[in-house]
Design a protein around this ligand. Sequence first.
Ligand code: C2E
Ligand code: MG
Ligand code: MG
Ligand code: MG
Length: 290
Amino acid sequence: RAKSLGGSRYVIYDESMQALGASRLQMETDLRSALKNDEFVLHYQPIVELKTSEIVGFEALVRWRSRPDSELIYPDQFIKIAEDSGLIVPIGAWVLRQACSVMCTLQQEFPRERPLTINVNLSSRQFSQLDLVHQIGRVVSETCILPGTLGLEITESVTMDDTDRTAAVVAELASAGVHVSIDDFGTGFSSLSYLHRFPIHVLKIDRSFTGRIDFDAESLAIVRTIANLARDLGMDVVAEGVETKAQAARLKSLDCKFGQGYFYSPPLDETSVRRLLHSQEMPMPHPRAR
Ligand code: C2E
Ligand code: MG
Ligand code: MG
Ligand code: MG
């Protein structure tokens, strides 16, 4: 359904729509050259364990800087066009490789008993690539990212597109040690009966619920229900968009294990990620000194 909305074949052009079409075309051209000129950058937003506030991993989020001194362009402004034009496939391939190679160096610099993880967003166009599992396997083996530390985020609509294929792909990914999260959970229309058929690792509660948890009984009920569902199905749960201390406290009381949001940290560039991880490093206990 959404796909046919992207095309202009079924509508009659008026002047403003023509302008819109022209600017889309311009955007496509710009995105293509952005790819060639290496103008995309990744920011990384910490995902924390709510109980300890410890960083367990990051979500990679793409941005576009068209000139060294110019402002960042956020994904809401170009991902849709990248999807419609198919450019999301090469852009997504770049994101995946970049995220894995950066995470590999972070894992070496900040070794942990449970190594840092990285999540990458996958659009439906990417998910329907027939050689997806192969491609991901290649990136994992060609970068030095530790096994079991890459996660992919897909939305409910992606999982519901072709449930048999989704089940097969998610299972293949899982056996390759790649975790799958459902992003923006609660906003789509996934069927619970399918959900348990997929070896999904994580449900990410959409930030529209997190943001209302303090004053809206329905949002609170939805978050509680998702947290219980995840627990019963053996999945982890991450609350997106945690902005206040009160929200964090409320989530903890619902046994929601992980959170992500401005309260903990906005998405950061690589340098700031290093600085943050350094500042959070515990002084190593020195057994012999005691
Ligand atoms: P998402 O995957 O749900 O990512 C979370 C978005 O929420 C990010 O926006 C993040 O900056 C924002 N966010 C994080 N914490 C808070 C908070 O406390 N409050 C509020 N209001 N917002 C918060 P961003 O980076 O603009 O990305 C928007 C969307 O673009 C993402 O939503 C994802 O769907 C898409 N996207 C981003 N990077 C990629 C990518 O590499 N590939 C694909 N296919 N999509 C991407
Ligand atoms: Mg995401
Ligand atoms: Mg999300
Ligand atoms: Mg989103």
